[in-house]
Design a protein around this ligand. Structure first.
Ligand SMILES: O=C(O)C(=O)C[C@@H](O)[C@H](O)[C@H](O)COP(=O)(O)O
Ligand SMILES: [Zn+2]
Length: 363
């Protein structure tokens, strides 16, 4: 993979996204945001055995005066719970973390969300550095400061906006990422094309083979362009008062699927892939866009080996009930991110429930 890249996220709490191979071994860079003398390295049972010792060693080499504890979650979305959050808080307490301590989130989206939320809450907020090790976390969840845990009732229902102090995306770790996780990350990459950048969707579609084969140049290009999209949007709208909601394309359906499957079925990226197709179908049903656009998106997602249809056995009425707890919903009813065609997403309020049910039933 080529040289390091840096993308700056501006606004009230600016930070940099560093992208490139070898970053997790760069103790000086990783330790630069550590203001105090305590750090909690949060990881999960899949990632910790691969990378935690090396990261801790790199940090200690740069900051031998620091105490660095490690807290390891069970791998998987099912661990992103209030109980897991409580355990992370207990680890901060055991560390005796002061306000200048720092949480390092080493892992995928689950680790980043939970560790970020613990950092947001401990003493009303301490620093968090995101060390994403999955493609999905590199291109999406490590950037923008959304932190949360899930409830059985719904995804990410308890959380806070807490921007990281820095993001270090070490692209070399993607070599050991399981194929299924790679494809899940590509779903969120494709989302940027779907919502705002038709040219990017074409670019990605033309490089499906290279991306799935993890060719360095293709992956580096996809990550940098995704992060640039996300950085621009969250810089303009950090708290999702407006356009940031576009990043939720496919998520109203997707989160409902994840919740209905008790976070143990499709993973997040897969659920978002299905959700994007359903959002495109709903857009067509409501007359905003054509079925041909939905077909095109579905074909691209299929090229990347992503699921595009509801898993069997899910009850449309139950999914609709989950959608009513979506964070975009208002007193006046459901709000969806739909599109007017590829690259042209927008938020639509007052979406009739019968249209949603018809799409869920494939009618
Ligand atoms: O950063 C955002 O804003 C997003 O919506 C990005 C999503 O891909 C991500 O899954 C996010 O965590 C979803 O947030 P939520 O508010 O729908 O829970
Ligand atoms: Zn997402």
């Amino acid at each position: 993979m080529s040289a390091r890249q840096r993308i700056d996220v501006g606004g009230a709490a600016p930070y940099a996204i560093h992208i490139g191979p070898g970053l997790l071994a760069d103790g000086e860079a990783l330790a630069a945001p550590l203001r105090g003398r305590q750090a909690l390295l949060v990881s999960d049972s899949h990632v910790a055995p691969l990378h935690a010792d090396a990261v801790r060693g790199a940090l200690l080499a740069a900051r031998p005066d620091a105490r660095i504890d490690t807290f390891v979650l069970p791998a998987g979305e099912a661990a992103k719970t209030l109980a897991g959050f409580g355990d992370a808080i207990a680890a901060l307490a055991a560390l005796g973390a002061t306000r200048d301590a720092c949480v390092y989130a080493l892992g995928g989206g689950v680790v980043g969300d939970l560790a970020g939320f613990a950092a947001a809450c401990w003493m009303r907020g301490i620093d968090c550095v995101q060390l994403p090790t999955s493609l999905l976390a590199m291109v999406d969840s490590s950037v923008g400061g959304k932190t949360a845990v899930d409830l059985p009732l719904g995804k990410n229902l308890v959380g806070a906006f807490h921007p990281p102090r820095a993001v270090f995306a070490d692209t070399a770790v993607l070599r050991s990422l399981p194929d299924r996780e790679l494809r899940a990350g590509l779903a969120e990459v494709l989302k940027y094309g779907a919502i705002a950048d038709a040219g990017f969707l074409d670019w990605l579609s033309g490089r499906a083979g290279a991306l799935l084969e993890r060719e360095d140049a293709a992956l580096a290009g996809a990550i940098a362009r995704s992060c640039a999209h996300k950085a621009a949007i969250v810089e303009r709208d950090p708290f999702e008062h407006g356009e940031r909601a576009l990043l939720n394309f496919g998520h109203t359906f997707g989160h409902a699927i994840e919740t209905a499957q008790a976070y143990d079925g499709l993973n997040h990226g897969e659920a978002v892939a299905v959700g994007m197709v359903l959002a495109a179908r709903l857009s067509a049903r409501l007359g905003h866009a054509s079925e041909a656009d939905a077909d095109r998106l579905q074909a691209v997602l299929e090229r990347f080996g992503l699921p595009v249809a509801l898993p069997a056995g899910l009850d449309p009425d139950a999914l609709l009930a989950h959608m009513r707890l979506d964070k975009k919903a208002q007193a006046s009813g459901l709000r969806f991110v739909l599109w007017d065609g590829i690259g042209r997403a927008r938020v639509v309020a007052g979406v009739p429930a019968d249209a949603v049910l018809a799409v869920l039933r494939g009618a």
